[in-house]
Design a protein around this ligand. Structure first.
Ligand code: IMP
Ligand code: MG
Length: 192
């Protein structure tokens, strides 16, 4: 007899554990904003948000910065509907603004193997910004394939597939206010 597959609820019930609560994230985002503001002083900066994962983090971060800021977005995708990066990152949306001679801060959700951030940095460096720094909310150090570190890091997390606060699995869970580990039974595209 076939055992009926459990359906995801797309909510907190699908998480195995909560790694970071809404309050912990909010506190750390404020600290990061202070760190970034004090690094740049009153320099005009261009924030580049890596869509879609960094959207929620960037929107909270920019409202805490005490800096003259321009905002632009890039889209990169290496996961598709899987929990393992299944091809090298693709940059599928160009910048709207010019960044030559601008101080650029690239903001991403999570630094994992390092392929995405490294490819995006190379891509942006071609436009000759005055400076190029990086900020990631999460750092999954154990999975690094390239020697790359972010200049500003929110939290170091273990090697587990996490969702929430912008991070997704198959475009789901981005709207959860906290960050948690997705139950293994829901880490399959066939569930959705
Ligand atoms: P990297 O190229 O392997 O460093 O992967 C970075 C990108 O993969 C991030 O910007 C995320 O979009 C995605 N990613 C990596 N780990 C996770 C995870 O645990 N949950 C959701 N997305 C992830
Ligand atoms: Mg991403």
């Amino acid at each position: 007899m076939e055992i009926p597959q459990k359906k995801p609820s797309y909510g907190l019930e699908d998480l195995e554990s909560i790694l970071l609560t809404e309050a912990q994230i909010a506190n750390r985002v404020s600290e990061l904003a202070e760190e970034i503001s004090s690094h740049y002083g009153d320099t005009d900066i261009t924030i580049i948000c890596v869509l879609s994962g960094a959207l929620v983090f960037t929107s909270d971060l920019i409202r805490k910065l005490e800096l003259p800021t321009r905002l632009d977005c890039l889209r990169s995708d290496s996961y598709g509907d899987s929990t393992k990066s299944n091809h090298s990152p693709r940059i599928s949306s160009p910048l709207k603004t010019g960044i030559e001679n601008q101080h650029v801060l690239l903001v991403d959700d999570i630094l994992d193997t390092g392929n995405t951030l490294s490819e995006l940095m190379e891509h942006l460096a071609q436009s000759k910004p005055a400076s190029l720094r990086t900020c990631v909310l999460l750092d999954k150090k154990e999975r690094r394939q390239l020697e790359i570190q972010a200049d500003h890091v929110g939290f170091t997390v273990p090697d587990a597939f996490v969702v929430g606060y912008g991070l997704d699995f198959a475009e789901r869970y981005r709207t959860l206010p906290c960050i948690g580990v997705l139950k293994p039974e829901f880490q399959k595209a066939s569930c959705f």
